[in-house]
Design a protein around this ligand. Structure first.
Ligand SMILES: *Cc1c(COP(=O)(O)O)cnc(C)c1O
Length: 401
């Protein structure tokens, strides 16, 4: 099919949930993708922080090829090796003792909320059901995960949502303490608010949150769906804050592009998910798990990629700050950590994103539309960054004229 046809039929046959850019992508390699007309793009969005190792990374491709030839699916009524291997890697490299596999971020958060509820119910009785979440957060689109998403624009039309959710400002641990009642079950937070506009909390925030949760015996759920798997230069972002959550959710980068989600928890909490309490037909699928094993092994190899992410991040941010000096009327602030970087404009950023795309650079939007989101593959090199910055510079020049 030609690009025009693909676009036409997509608009005709798919539910109109997305306002897509008029580009039909066909293949990718590393940080580059190509559209059906052969035009090349540098991908600094990476499938919204998914392709941590870039497009079609060799190890993931081979792992998936091997696994699809051996066994694609069998259900969780039997044991399979890829699932076990993946669980072992996650447990050996995190705070957690046990993991539950699912297929997406939303699903992971949905399960995490259920896990918190059932654990607290078993421990304290019926009344501990409330959740505290942050304003401007993003946790997903299902009723549970949407209910703890602190952005009204996503709630609109779907009320009534889950009762008993309280929202407090992000980066304010006292606000959490004030919101706690005898009914509170758990606090759910992103370590860095990503979709909401790339907001990094103060260094002490999570230590205070941890203290508050401990004081009132409330669970801390960290949504590391976007920040996990090396995105911030550590395998998990909580490592930056010297705390441990009770429950953590993963998805996006975990499968190196293959859909998979996970809920991780400490032993005592995980035990609340007894047989028949929660399940997933596809969760822990051998192909997805094989892809995730290959992804994690690559990310963890000698800690090389994690260190590299921190170093290349400094270079990227330095270049962006130089652009901020060049365009003080347009760029308000650069925020971020590792390769989760936001460029806050003083205006709506859609026209800049579109101009970049025309010139061969893919970037995303976040927050209220005035934040540009750079979430490139962790393997991005200096030359790629120079090229991306050059395009971004030209796009900024055109919109400021
Ligand atoms: C993307 C995202 C989700 C939702 O994940 P899906 O896989 O789209 O369901 C939840 N939380 C955070 C922090 C995310 O970035």
């Amino acid at each position: 099919m030609e690009a025009r046809e693909i676009i036409e039929f997509t608009e005709k046959f798919l539910m109109p949930t997305y306002a897509r850019f008029p580009v039909v992508l066909r293949k990718g390699k590393g940080v580059r993708v190509w559209d059906v007309n052969g035009k090349e793009y540098i991908d600094c969005l990476a499938g919204i922080a998914v392709n941590v190792l870039g497009h079609c990374p060799r190890k993931v491709v081979i792992a998936v090829q091997k696994q699809v030839q051996r066994l694609i699916h069998v259900s969780n009524l039997y044991y399979t090796e890829p699932q076990t291997k993946l669980a072992k890697i996650l447990i050996e490299n995190s705070f957690a003792d046990r993991v539950f596999f699912c297929n997406s971020g939303t699903e992971a958060n949905e399960g995490a909320l259920k896990l918190a509820r059932i654990y607290m119910k078993n421990k304290f009785g019926e009344q501990r059901y409330e959740f505290i979440a942050a304003e401007n957060s993003f946790h997903g689109r299902s009723f549970g995960s949407l209910s703890v998403t602190g952005q009204e624009k996503y709630h609109h039309g779907f009320e009534p949502l889950l009762p008993g959710v309280k929202f407090v400002p992000f980066n304010d641990a006292e606000a959490i303490e004030r919101a706690i009642t005898e009914k509170t079950c758990a606090v759910i937070l992103e370590p860095i608010q990503a979709e909401g506009g790339i907001y990094v909390p103060d260094e002490e925030y999570f230590k205070k949150v941890r203290q508050v949760c401990d004081k009132y015996q409330i669970l801390l759920i960290l949504d590391e769906i976007q920040t996990g798997i090396g995105r911030t230069g550590k395998l998990f972002a909580y490592e930056h804050f010297e705390i441990q959550p009770d429950i953590m959710t993963l998805a996006k980068g975990l499968g190196g592009g293959i859909p998979i989600g996970a809920i991780l928890a400490k032993e005592e909490i995980a035990q609340a998910f007894a047989p028949k309490t929660h399940a997933s037909t596809f969760g822990g699928n051998p192909v997805a798990c094989a892809a995730a094993v290959a992804t994690l092994e690559t990310v963890l190899e000698d800690g090389y990629l994690l260190d590299y992410c921190q170093r290349i991040s400094k270079y990227f941010i330095k270049k962006l700050k130089a652009l901020q000096e060049k365009y003080p009327e347009t760029i308000k602030e650069i925020r971020g950590i590792g390769l989760l970087i936001g460029v806050q404009l003083k205006q709506n950023a859609l026209s800049v994103v579109k101009k970049c795309m025309e010139k061969g650079l893919l970037i995303g939007l976040a927050g209220d539309g005035s934040v540009i989101r750079f979430t490139p593959p962790l393997i991005i090199e200096k030359d790629d960054i120079d090229e991306a910055i050059c395009i971004f510079d030209k796009a900024l020049r055109e919109v400021t004229q």
